[in-house]
Each structure stands twice: as structure tokens, then as C-alpha cells.
Design a binder for this molecule. Structure first.
Ligand code: ADP
Length: 586
């Protein structure tokens, strides 16, 4: 189809449609004027400015605008352009026929100008326009004045002569096929480029494209607004200078941790949340996805970063956490009071109750205790989430610390009829303190120093130990300590029912409880392990579980180990510790 018509340069088509557009607008304007102003009413009939004419002219306006839009976007095939010329001629025919008086000469003139352009659509259109003129004359054949009117002669002869001139004029301007293909391709490419440019400029997310050295090649207005730089100002600069990033907790990133550096070095996509600081210090939380741009041959040509502002989501999350912590804090007080009164009611020294009432009150007491624990856990987890957990780290020698704790904890196990043991050593037990032994063996133990808040760590170990006791019906619960030069490892092992493999990945999530008969009967909030994870992560540690169904579970905690000299130095000058509350000073 493309080759049926000849094609000239786009500019000519623009000129053609532009002229017709002006003409159609003039008709619409005149039509409105003759209706609005009585002085001009006479021209309405003379120029055939009937309602039909106005509608036809209106169609012409729309049609020209559409044609203009198509031409600007793509390189339209010749046949399509030809068809549009046919339509124009048809519309003119309509106009000439609807203007009976002298005014129709104006339309004949316009028709002849159109015919002059027909050559640029190729030979088919040139002959087509003469054919149309002939059809018009045939239409007049039945008119009272016969067919050889001045109108008819002007239409037919004028069209024929102008069509021939037009053909020879435009022939020299036809594009050869290769050139046509090229213009078509250029048009498509241009339109694709325009489309992506429009897309990138208008999306609300920030987009930064860098070369493989981190120099900004493209930055869209959204990214410019987020970083508080101008688009032209930022283009060509190092991305580290423009997109200043900090960790989510507002701590500094080292150059090695910078996501742009990481992606350009590792060639792997990265997606994480950061705090972005603008040129004028405006801070916002963003989620950042950086993808490497591969180039043929295996290398990378740069990176594309998409920044999404999550400040409002963060603020909402903060509000929710604040609500939870305020609500649980406020509710703890009345619950504690109820628990106290229930305890008084159950105390035989102060109250007299019958055995049935005692049964009810005991149930109420245990539920209230559960409720109190739930509020306490909610409060702690809300604080752990937004980093408000009170935290006073100090140098702790884990051997002594855990041994003492094991002493306190074993009563819980004893109460349930379970054995308990405390093990220290790298391979199995170097030193064991078990229930059965009245005098513990003393051997030289390594000193395992860590830098943590002892109260927080006690909370974690107690929670894990209590869980082990809670979910184990018979057997033993062991608390162990081991380590190497880098880490100190704690473990709590039980001979309980074990945890199904499919639950293990979710176990440290908020409110997650394994759905089985044990958990349905044993009370719990599903917050304990979540809080444990949050606390351990605060000290750059790791917590995980290994479990075999029917044999038991082992919860492990790894904490970074402080070497003895550093630990002793810190112990001598404890004033240095508050400046680095969470991480061991290096
Ligand atoms: P909960 O208050 O329910 O104990 P946790 O967060 O402490 O909440 O524990 C989450 C879930 O993990 C528990 O509901 C239980 O199903 C499972 N779980 C934890 N510790 C053990 C264990 N030692 N043995 C078996 N299952 C356990």
C-alpha cells in the first residue's frame, strides 16, 4: 500500500493541511458572525453558510487537526495521505453545492487551490481531482441553466489545467523509496524517543540515569525536585554528590555501602530504603531501585535509579506505632490493677470465697495476666520497630552472665518437671551445670565479651528459655555458650515437639504463631520472637532456629565478639560507650 502513492517531504503536507484548516475556520467564523450580527445576515445565503455548511466546515477543522497530529507523530503512508485528499475534495464538493449564489465562486477558488496541491499525493490524486470536477458538472446537468454554466467551465477546465501544472510541479519533489523509508523510520524513532522523554519527564517517581562512572546523564524533574538540584545543574555531575543517601536509621553510609557504587561494581540490581538529603538539607525517606544497564558485549553502560518518596507512608507507620505504644501503655495500668485485685480476691488471708468462685477467679486471673503480657509485648515491639527501645550497652562477659541467668531460669524448667543444663565450650560441654549436680565442675573458660545492654539480652534469653519450657512436655532444656574469635554463640535447645519447616521462615515475624494443637492450648502473643530478633539485630547479631519435628528445636544467637583488650579498655573508660550505643566500637 505504501508505494501506491508518491510522497513529498512532511513540511508540504503541513502547509496543505494548515491552509485548509484556516479556510475551514474562516467558514465557521463567518457562519457564526452571520447568525450573531444582523448586518451580516445577507452573506449567509450568498455564501451558502447553511447549518450543513457549518457542520461540514467543522468536520474539516477536526479532520485537519487529526491529519496534522498524525503527520507530526509518524511518517504516514502515501495511501493514507491520498485518502485524506479525497476526503478534502469531497467536502469541498459539498460546500460548492450548498452555496448557490455568487459566494460559490469563493469555494470554486478554494477547490482549485486544493487541486494545485493534489500533485503532491501522486498521479492517482491528480486524475482523481479532475474526475471529481467532472462529477460535479454532471450533478449540474439537471440544473435549470444546463450544464455549460461559467461555474461548470471553471471547475472542469480549471481543474484539468491546474492538475497538470500540479503534477509537473510536485513531481520534482517526490522522495525516492529509500528516502521515504528513511523518513518513515526517522519519524518512528523520533516519536518513540518523544514518547519515552514525555514518560520520564512526567512520572512522579525520580529517575536518574548514570554512566558507568556514576556521572549523571539524565535526571527527570521529579528526581531534581527530590534532590533539590536543577535538571541542567545536576546533569554531568557525580551521582553521589546529587543523591546524598543515608541509611534508613539516618546513620552514614560508607562509600562501599553506597548503592550506586555497589550496583556499578557488582552489576546486580539493588532495592532498599534510604534517607535522601537534598541540596538544601530537606530529608525524605525513599525506596530506591537501581538497575545496571547492560551493553552488548557483557559490560555495563551505567545504571538507572528509580526513587519513590515513602515519607508519608513512613509518617503513617510512625503514627500507628505511636498509637499502639500509647494505647498499650495506657491499658497496662488498669489491667495491672485488675490483676492485683484478683490476686487479693484469691488470697485466702484477705478474702473468703467459695470454691466455685475461686475457679472462676483463677481463670480471670490467668487471662488478665495474659492480657498484661500482650500489652507489654505490644509496647516493646512498637518501640523496637521505631528504634525507641531503651538501650544502654555495656561490656558483658557472657560466660558469667549466662551462668547466672541459667541459675534463675532453671526453676521454671524444674516447675514443669524438665531437666535443664548450662553448657559452655566450643565442642559440646566444657563446663556443665545441671540440676543433678550439686557442685559444678570448674575448668578454664574462655572470656566471651560482647557489647550489649544486659537487660535487653536477658529479655531475649529468658523469652527463648521460657518458650522452650512452654512448648516442651518432657525431657531437657539446655542453655549453651560457645564461640570463636569473631562471634559469641548462644543456644537454647529443647526436646520439645519441633517446628515444621514451612513455619520456620515466618517464625520471627510479628504475631506469627505455629498453628497446631499445642499453640491453641498454650497461651502466647506471637510477639516474643519478633522482639528477640529486633533486639539482636540492634547489636548487629543474628538469631535463627534449627528444628526437627518430634526431636526438638535449637534457637541460636550470634553476637559480634569483643577481644579482651578492647573490652578491658572500654570497661576502664565507660564514658566512651554512649556515643556508639549499638555497635561495638572498633
Ligand atoms: P508466643 O507468644 O506464641 O510463644 P513467640 O514469638 O515467642 O510467640 O513464638 C512464636 C511461635 O513459635 C510460637 O507460637 C510457637 O508456635 C513457636 N515456638 C517458639 N518457640 C518454640 C519452641 N521452643 N518449640 C516449639 N515451638 C516454638
Amino acid at each position: 500500500m505504501n508505494d501506491v502513492m508518491q510522497v513529498v517531504a512532511k513540511g508540504w503536507y503541513r502547509l496543505y493541511y494548515g491552509l485548509i484548516l484556516l479556510f475551514a475556520i474562516a467558514i465557521v467564523g463567518a457562519g457564526i458572525a452571520t447568525r450573531a450580527m444582523p448586518d451580516f445576515a445577507q452573506y449567509q445565503v450568498a455564501y451558502g453558510l447553511s447549518d450543513i455548511t457549518l457542520i461540514v466546515a467543522g468536520i474539516l477543522v477536526l479532520y485537519c487537526l487529526t491529519a496534522y497530529w498524525i503527520i507530526n507523530r509518524t511518517s504516514p503512508p502515501g495511501a493514507m495521505l491520498g485518502a485524506s485528499m479525497l476526503l478534502t475534495l469531497l467536502i469541498f464538493q459539498g460546500l460548492i453545492l450548498s452555496a448557490p449564489g455568487q459566494g460559490s465562486w469563493a469555494y470554486v477558488g478554494a477547490w482549485l487551490v486544493t487541486v494545485l496541491f493534489s500533485g503532491m499525493f501522486g498521479l492517482a490524486m491528480v486524475t482523481g481531482s479532475v474526475f471529481f470536477a467532472a462529477v460535479y458538472v454532471l450533478f449540474l446537468a439537471n440544473a435549470p441553466g444546463g450544464w455549460l454554466t461559467p461555474h461548470a467551465i471553471a471547475m472542469l477546465a480549471g481543474s484539468a489545467v491546474i492538475a497538470i501544472i500540479s503534477y509537473f510541479f510536485w513531481r520534482s519533489k517526490f522522495l525516492d523509496p529509500a528516502n521515504r523509508q528513511l523518513t518513515q523510520l526517522t519519524g518512528m524513532l523520533q516519536s518513540n524517543q518523544e514518547q519515552s522523554a514525555i514518560l520520564i519527564q512526567s512520572i512522579a517517581d525520580g529517575v536518574i540515569v548514570t554512566d558507568n562512572e556514576g556521572k549523571i546523564g539524565l535526571i527527570n524533574p521529579a528526581a531534581a525536585a527530590m534532590t533539590e538540584w536543577g535538571v541542567t545543574e545536576a546533569t554531568g555531575l557525580d551521582v553521589h554528590l546529587v543523591a546524598k543517601l543515608k541509611k534508613e536509621d539516618n546513620s552514614e553510609l560508607s562509600l562501599d555501602e553506597n548503592p550506586f557504587t555497589l550496583v556499578l561494581e557488582t552489576k546486580k540490581q539493588l532495592s532498599q530504603n534510604y534517607v535522601l538529603t537534598g541540596q538544601h538539607e530537606k530529608q525524605q525517606h525513599i525506596s530506591l531501585v537501581i538497575s545496571p544497564v547492560a551493553v552488548p558485549g557483557g559490560g555495563i553502560g551505567g545504571a538507572v535509579a528509580i526513587m519513590h518518596d515513602i515519607s508519608s507512608a513512613k509518617a503513617a507507620e510512625q503514627q500507628r506505632a505511636e498509637f499502639i505504644s500509647t494505647a498499650s501503655h495506657e491499658m497496662r495500668t488498669p489491667v495491672a490493677a485488675i490483676e492485683g485485685y484478683l490476686a487479693l480476691a484469691l488470697n485466702e488471708k484477705v478474702s473468703t470465697i467459695d470454691s466455685r468462685a475461686r475457679g472462676y477467679l483463677e481463670k480471670a486471673h490467668s487471662s488478665t495476666k495474659h492480657l498484661g503480657q500482650l500489652f507489654q509485648d505490644l509496647l516493646t515491639s512498637a518501640k523496637a520497630e521505631d528504634g525507641r527501645l531503651s538501650n544502654h550497652p555495656a561490656v558483658v562477659e557472657m560466660g558469667e552472665f549466662t551462668e547466672q541467668l541459667a541459675e534463675d531460669l532453671r526453676f521454671g524448667a524444674q516447675k514443669k518437671g524438665l531437666a535443664s543444663e548450662f553448657l559452655v565450650g566450643t565442642n559440646g560441654a566444657i563446663d556443665a551445670t545441671s540440676d543433678s549436680e550439686s557442685t559444678p565442675k570448674k575448668v578454664i573458660k574462655p572470656l566471651y565479651y560482647v557489647y550489649v545492654d544486659p537487660d535487653r539480652l536477658r529479655e531475649v534469653i529468658t523469652n527463648l528459655f521460657d518458650n522452650a519450657v512452654k512448648y516442651t512436655d518432657n525431657g531437657k532444656v539446655s542453655l549453651g555458650l560457645t564461640g570463636n574469635n569473631e562471634v559469641v554463640q548462644l543456644y537454647i535447645r529443647d526436646t520439645g515437639p519441633g517446628i515444621p519447616a514451612e513455619d520456620i521462615p515466618h517464625l520471627f515475624q510479628k504475631f506469627y504463631r505455629v498453628d497446631n494443637s499445642a499453640t491453641r492450648t498454650i497461651g502466647g502473643t506471637g510477639l516474643g520472637l519478633f522482639i528477640c530478633r529486633k533486639i539482636i539485630e540492634l547489636y548487629h547479631g543474628r538469631i535463627w532456629v534449627e528444628s526437627t519435628i518430634g526431636q526438638g528445636s535449637s534457637f541460636f544467637i550470634n553476637l559480634p565478639r569483643l577481644d579482651t583488650t578492647k573490652a578491658q579498655m572500654l570497661q576502664k573508660s565507660p564514658g566512651t560507650s554512649p556515643s556508639a550505643p549499638a555497635s561495638p566500637p572498633s
